[in-house]
Write a protein that binds this ligand. Structure first.
Ligand code: PEP
Length: 248
């Protein structure tokens, strides 16, 4: 049995004080939900206040990126130790916006994921095809490549994967439960090739892409969909909590 995991990717939204207030609301609204791991991923500048707001509660704290070097001349970057020191437990890696706007590749996803694993952080590794790739039937090839290269030579049993079709992110378009399940099953088969069936069956694979309270339950009822990575709907406590409840 895989415990569902619902994570909020706040992107570049919320100041530190707004983040703390939102977490207080999320804690209250999700306190009664059993068997769903709840994670919030605010911007770096919010993490200290967010950690204080999460302290002692069921809400876990994630970051939105990590650099692979432990320290040094990497202006603007944040290391695993810096995140750990603030009480961060999870980190989103290879989000499509990072790949699209900031030049991240499967190779850098691999380096970042290794750094996270070495530090004992749980990487949430994002994969997913662009609309043009889906249209020409390349979805499977793209996602399998992202998983194989992004997780090459790593302990895949310790990662969470987020399948996020790029065309569904922030667009209001959602993959149908059948479309999503098909890709999730392919990802699990790929993990089985890489690390064996037992490991593959233990890995949580989230769906992300316009998941909302009204479509969350059907998506998360699919056999290989183990939660959600939520963007827009994670910015208000009520909608995020409704998605968490849909995973229970
Ligand atoms: C995301 O950015 O990871 C995401 C899934 O966004 P949204 O829910 O807004 O589509």
């Amino acid at each position: 049995m895989r415990t569902k995991i619902v994570a909020g990717n706040w992107k570049m939204n919320k100041t530190a004080s707004e983040a703390a207030a939102l977490i207080v609301e999320i804690k209250a609204l999700t306190a009664e939900v059993a068997n769903v791991e709840v994670v919030v991923c605010p911007p770096f500048t919010d993490l200290k206040d967010a950690a204080a707001a999460c302290a002692g509660s069921h809400v876990k704290l994630g970051a939105q990126n990590i650099h692979w070097e432990p320290s040094g001349a990497y202006t603007g970057e944040i290391s695993a130790a810096m995140l750990k020191d603030l009480g961060v437990t999870h980190v989103i890696i290879g989000h499509s916006e990072r790949r699209q706007y900031f030049g991240e590749t499967d190779a850098t996803v691999n380096l970042r994921t290794k750094a996270a694993l070495d530090a004992g952080l749980v990487p949430i590794v994002c994969v997913g095809e662009m609309l043009e790739e889906r249209k020409v039937g390349q979805t499977g090839d793209v996602v399998v490549r992202q998983v194989k290269v992004g997780l090459a030579d790593l302990d895949v049993g310790k990662v969470v994967i987020a399948y996020e079709p790029v065309w569904a992110i922030g667009t209001g378009l959602t993959a149908s439960p059948t479309q999503a399940q098909e890709v999730h099953a392919l990802i699990r088969r790929t993990l089985a090739e890489m690390a064996g069936g037992d490991v593959a069956n233990s890995v949580r694979i989230q769906y992300g892409g316009s998941m909302k309270p009204d479509n969350a339950k059907e998506l998360m009822s699919q056999p290989d969909i183990d939660g959600g990575l939520i963007g827009g709907a994670a910015l208000t406590a009520k909608s995020f909590a409704a998605i968490v409840a849909a995973g229970a």
